[in-house]
Design a protein around this ligand. Structure first.
Ligand code: TRP
Ligand code: ZN
Length: 475
């Protein structure tokens, strides 16, 4: 479970930084060196995006605009052949930058068509381009790679990434696993559009995000082409492969639905999947228009996985979901997918909203009121894991999927709703999804929005429910 983590400080310490050098030199000499242009040290992209919980996730110095992934997977040998073409933009002068890639073998890297030097250091694929890429420059990186993908083990002991199944692979990348199957700027800060071309043995289906553009079978293999045009965080990308029954239709609201269901889960899944259009319509009333053109479900049979994931446009389930799970994962399309995290510390913005929506769904469909659900959770003793740490500050990557992040964060939203009233509460949610659509949101921005919309001071409420240690006193 404990994978050795390299210290980011080690790599960053390589070579002297130019500002250090300049500080120790006479002014005239420093000016000459300065005029000579950037040195290696300050044209190196950082190995991480600055996330305190996952210091090596993502990278500095560039933004990826588009991933074009071509994959071929042999479901019996479990061998993956991949080519990734990344279209990116330099955000600083770059002579060297990192991608994240865990495992697999890299056979070649090019930058703007020219072969580039590369080396592997843990999960960092370090690329040195022939010429320094100037700030603002668009560039294209290709990476050819292959091997047997293996999932990563997360700090909390769960696995994510490319998870082989008996008939294909369950591909779920939260929080880290995208790098187990494609080279990426692997942090939700950097969203991009995606093209997927996935070739699998005939009879198997490959399901990714967005729209299915084409499906063609030749010589015993089928190639699926998928496209997600709206910005997507790498952890929300999937290329799940299996034996699937496929169903496609368009809802009354014009959303294209693609459901892929493992036959072993089909009878249990059918009554729940049937509710998808009405769940999306109900959520759209609460949160504003569904943020994508496509929707659907991938219901796999992956008994060892133990979780579902809100893969963009098409949530992924390890078995037939219940209605709560369907509601939860589709809520994430607004909260988490369209409006994304800038730091894993803010994970309550994803899980608290998805959980609270389960409570609202019950309340509005003949089940318990949200207040009743709140009361039952609030009754848990001070020693209960629910109160182990505050949801706004889980402390480490180990805690990002713990009970406080789901339940106490949902309780936070219930407290907010009571404080501002239903009118303002739902106005806040809709302003949030509209104002940050296809982008990002932080806790501080949410608090400011809630205060601005309601005209109330809410710092105390958020402090008590998001940040204070231990069980909050009853309001
Ligand atoms: N985000 C998922 C959900 O609640 C849960 C999840 C994804 C998860 N990856 C995980 C939970 C890894 C534990 C471990 O919808
Ligand atoms: Zn969730």
């Amino acid at each position: 479970m404990t994978r050795p983590r390299r210290q980011p400080a080690r790599r960053r310490g390589v070579g002297l930084r130019r500002d250090t050098v300049l500080a120790t030199l006479p002014v005239a000499v420093a000016a000459v060196i300065g005029a000579a242009g950037p040195t290696a040290a300050d044209t190196t992209g950082a190995p991480g995006a600055g996330d305190p919980y996952f210091p090596l996730s993502g990278n500095g110095g560039y933004h990826v605009r588009h991933y074009d992934l071509t994959l071929r997977y042999d479901t019996s040998s479990r061998h993956l052949d991949g080519e990734a073409v990344l279209t990116a933009r330099a955000t600083q002068n770059l002579s060297r930058f990192d991608l994240d890639l865990q495992g697999l073998k890299v056979s070649g890297v090019t930058v703007d068509g020219a072969p580039a030097a590369f080396r592997r250091v843990g999960q960092e694929l370090v690329v040195t381009s022939r010429h320094t890429l100037r700030t603002g420059r668009n560039f294209r990186v290709t990476v050819a790679y292959n091997g047997t993908p293996k999932p990563v083990t997360d700090p909390d002991g769960s696995t994510d990434g490319w998870i082989p199944t008996d008939d294909g692979a369950f591909v779920a990348g939260e929080p880290q696993g995208a790098m187990t199957w494609f080279p990426a700027n692997n942090h939700p800060k950097d969203k991009a559009s995606y093209d997927f071309t996935i070739t699998v043995p005939q009879g198997r289906t490959a399901v990714a995000n967005g729209d299915l553009l084409a499906q063609r079978t030749t010589h015993g293999r089928t190639t699926f082409r998928w496209r997600e045009t709206q910005p997507m965080a790498s952890y929300l990308a999937t290329a799940t492969i299996g034996n699937f029954e496929v169903e496609q239709y368009t809802t009354r609201d014009g959303i294209h639905v693609y459901n892929a269901v493992d036959p072993r889960e089909a009878s249990a899944a059918a009554p729940v999947l049937k509710q998808l259009p009405s769940v999306l319509a109900w959520e759209s009333k609460l949160f504003g228009p569904y943020p994508y053109r496509s929707a659907g479900s991938i219901v796999d049979h992956a008994p060892d996985t133990g979780y579902a994931l809100e893969t963009q446009t098409r949530p992924l389930y390890d078995s037939a979901p219940d209605l709560n799970t369907l509601v939860h994962e589709n809520t994430h399309q607004w909260f988490g997918d369209s409006v994304s995290l800038t730091s894993w510390k803010d994970i309550w913005l994803n899980e608290g909203f998805a959980t609270y929506t389960e409570w609202l769904y019950a309340e509005q469909h003949g089940g318990d009121s949200a207040q009743k659900t709140f009361d039952a959770d609030y009754a848990r003793p001070a020693s209960d894991p629910l109160w182990a740490y505050p949801p706004g500050d889980p402390g480490s990557g180990k805690n990002i999927f713990g009970t406080p992040v789901y339940v106490r964060a949902a309780m936070t939203l219930h407290e907010l709703r009571k404080a501002v009233g239903d009118g303002d509460f739902f106005r806040i949610l809709r302003a949030w999804t509209a104002g940050h659509r296809d982008g990002h949101g932080t806790t501080a921005q949410f608090v400011r929005l809630a205060e601005g919309t309601s005209g109330k001071r809410l710092a105390g409420l958020f402090h008590t429910w998001l940040y204070a240690r231990g069980k909050p006193n009853s309001a």
